[in-house]
Design a protein around this ligand. Structure first.
Ligand code: GLU
Length: 475
């Protein structure tokens, strides 16, 4: 059974890089009919953020990357779903303590009493990590000092000069000599485990088959291998995912723009677009497809097509994909996503028709607003480049005749508007651009726009005639 976990530390927001990790975990698990698990890694008590888990759950629910096990919204509360809980590390402290104790008893880990000053001193002398000062204290002596209340941490006793090798599903064979790592702290002086210990214990107890995570954890993996071996546990498979860089090949950082899922959500990106886009940052389906829904991605996903080199976060591509999903989206859904302040007096059915007309033009949902607002403005503002069109000699008469015809229409609808344009063509003997451009500029002030007849219909008779009047005054 494939069991995969996403194990974020709750920082208060979800970085798009984390979302991509979660997504690959999800795709891999579903591809293999396995389980996708969410685990909260909150053992670093100094970095706790209020409501971080709540935010995390909300963001992940929005993306549609939904876990099968782990903390979940159930009956209006956050409760554990699944049989391998608790799924929050701070609720598992006794479990870790037991395993740390076991390693100490077996002399695979040891208590270290070195003071902060001593450790700082080592660093200043240019020592690479801990020097093993307490490594050979006898178990009895250590116990005595602990009983006497002496401050201490527990360190892993790394094997000496041992080749630590594993086969990474993305990066191939990875090997490291155990001497390249110092004796890591596995339990802090406050009794909390460190990441290295907790991650291995949990992955084992939760029967995780594949550890899928960012490549920043690659150098930690050999230490984890030692722990698996010391406990006599079977190792999981490992897959380390490439970084995501911006187009300047730098890390995506908060300082340089949007990095969190909520940033993109607030700007008007649709979750299916963000997810589709992120899947392709570092992976491809082996063909030219760029638009893929979740089921297609699940079908096609494999680590063979995850790239070893960094993925690039290309916002133009995200915009292209978002535009695609906006065009496909239900108009009411788009309407519900819009901030409504400027649309207070607008009739919903009318706005929905406008959205249908203009949505192909926008890359982000929020960009619909200026297009919609345009339909509620009485004033005609003529763009500089469009002025020339209005100045052509036949235009004043055309706009006058057209406005009169619209005024006389029994039914102001697309049919009627089309006829009015046709009649202008016949009576004034003008056609093509000569006919359509002045009308377009006359009703909208610009030379580009959506379908002309629909635009005129949705603007409404009064507003159109008023604008045509203004256009003639510009002349
Ligand atoms: N808690 C780690 C993080 O924040 C998880 C790393 C892992 O998946 O092992 O990314």
């Amino acid at each position: 059974m494939v069991r995969v976990r996403f194990a974020p530390s709750p920082t208060g927001y979800v970085h798009v890089g984390s979302l991509r990790t979660a997504l690959y975990c999800y795709l891999y698990a579903h591809h293999h009919q396995g389980k996708y698990i969410l685990r909260i890694e909150d053992t670093d008590q100094s970095r706790l953020v209020e409501d971080a888990v709540e935010n995390l759950l909300r963001e992940m629910e929005w993306t549609g990357v939904i876990h099968d096990e782990g903390p979940s919204h159930l009956d209006g509360e956050i409760k554990d779903l699944g049989d391998f809980g608790p799924y929050t590390q701070s609720h598992r402290l006794e479990i870790y303590a037991g395993y740390v104790q076991r390693l100490v008893e077996e002399e695979k880990a040891y208590a270290c009493f070195c003071s902060k000053e001593r450790l700082d001193g080592l660093r200043e002398q240019g020592h690479h990590g801990y020097d093993g000062h307490c490594r050979n204290l006898s178990l009895e002596e250590a116990k005595k000092r602990i009983e006497a209340g002496e401050n201490h941490v527990i360190r892993l006793k790394m094997p000496r000069d041992q080749e630590l090798v594993f086969e990474d599903l993305v990066r191939g064979r990875i090997s490291m000599n155990s001497d390249d790592s110092d004796d890591q702290v596995i339990q802090k002086s406050d009794g909390f485990p460190t990441y290295h210990l907790a991650v291995v214990v949990d992955d084992h107890l939760m029967e995780i088959s594949h550890v899928i995570r960012g490549e920043e954890w690659l150098s930690s993996t050999p230490k984890h291998l030692v722990l698996y071996d010391y406990f006599g546990w079977e190792r999981p498979y490992f897959a380390h995912l490439p970084n995501i860089l911006n187009i300047h090949r730098k890390k995506l950082s908060k300082r340089e723009g949007d990095v969190s899922v909520s940033d993109f959500r607030n700007k008007g990106y649709l979750p299916e677009a963000l997810v589709n886009f992120l899947a392709l940052v570092g992976w491809n389906p082996g063909d030219e497809r760029e638009i893929m829904d979740m089921d297609e991605m699940i079908q096609s996903f494999s680590f063979e097509r995850v790239s070893r080199s960094s993925g690039i976060f290309d916002i133009d591509k995200l915009n292209f994909i978002n535009n695609h999903y906006i065009r496909q989206a239900d108009n009411k859904r788009l309407f519900d996503l819009l901030p409504k302040d400027s649309l207070e007096d607008a009739d919903e059915a009318h706005v929905l028709e406008i959205i249908e007309l203009v949505k192909e033009k926008v890359d982000r949902v929020n960009d619909l607003l200026p297009y919609i607002e345009e339909f509620y403005k009485d004033e005609l503002v003529v763009e500089e480049e469009a002025l020339e069109i209005l100045r052509e000699s036949h235009v004043a008469e055309l706009l006058q005749v057209f406005a009169d015809k619209l005024g006389q229409l029994e039914n102001y609808d697309k049919e009627g508007i089309k006829n009015a344009i046709k009649e202008c063509q016949k009576e004034l003997k003008i056609k093509g651009k000569q006919l359509f451009m002045p009308i377009r500029v006359g009703i909208s002030g610009t030379m580009h726009g959506s379908d002309l007849v629909t635009t005129i219909a949705l603007l409404g008779r009064e507003r159109v005639i008023h604008r045509l009047d203004q256009a003639r005054e510009v002349l």
